[in-house]
Design a protein around this ligand. Structure first.
Ligand code: S3P
Length: 222
């Protein structure tokens, strides 16, 4: 696996002031990010309830590039069956095959912001495609934040268990080694969405434009 780990060597500080950086060459940070992306996309990874769709939609609008939700695209590809119905009628392995195909297709159409389902990165082929065709951002949320957000709705088939809190902790344990391979990490917590979007923009700019200046991993910022 050739994903970059989060910890990066500290780079010398960019000497431009914040204001100068924002208006350098007359381009906004958002325009600089999109120019640096080329045809790569920004892919949001992380657990259910970490805010991938909510943040992704706002991030796409902010960058003026399309937002695509992989779960929604899978539902469209199944004539409107919901994710829960696809799990119930066809089983999880079938859903995972469709998910891998949909993400591969979405990655061909960059640049865009793509929200992936929480389990998508468990497939090596998907991880490799994301590494090759995107900049990945892990929205890292704690189990209690996730539980509070997902318990209002019954649309997560994997959480229809006797003890959803334990299921969430188990999935976090199994998946975090893979989420951690993302290029960037942002702590998803109960603050206004725009603050998380701002942190994504800053981290993307540091990574793509300011010479890969270290973006603190979510665990370092908590
Ligand atoms: C899943 C997450 C869901 C959806 C499916 C499976 C998972 O997407 O893909 O229910 O395995 O974590 P969200 O992460 O958008 O909720």
């Amino acid at each position: 696996m050739t994903y970059q780990p989060f910890a990066r060597p500290t780079e010398p500080e960019n000497e431009m002031t914040e204001t100068a950086a924002r208006h350098h060459d007359g381009m906004t940070h958002e325009a600089e990010i999109v120019a640096a992306l080329g045809n790569r996309s920004v892919v949001l990874v992380g657990m259910m309830g970490s805010g991938k769709s909510t943040i992704g939609r706002r991030l796409g609008a902010r960058l003026h590039i399309p937002f695509l939700d992989a779960d929604h695209e899978i539902e469209v590809a199944h004539a409107g069956l919901t994710v829960s119905e696809i799990f119930a009628q066809h089983g999880e392995p079938y859903f995972r095959d469709g998910e891998a195909r949909v993400i591969a297709r979405l990655l061909e159409g960059g640049p865009s912001v793509i929200a992936t389902g929480g389990g998508a990165i468990m497939r090596e082929e998907t991880r490799n495609r994301i590494r090759d065709k995107a900049v990945s951002v892990w929205l890292q949320a704690d189990g209690d934040v996730i539980l509070k957000r997902v318990k209002r709705r019954a649309d997560r088939p994997l959480l229809q268990t006797a003890d959803p809190a334990a299921t969430i902790e188990r999935l976090i344990g199994e998946r975090s080694p893979f989420y951690r391979l993302a290029d960037l990490a942002i702590a998803s917590r109960d603050v206004p969405h725009e603050k998380i979007v701002e942190e994504c923009v800053d981290a993307l700019h540091a990574h793509l434009v300011s010479g890969g200046a270290a973006s603190p991993s979510a665990s370092e910022t908590q």
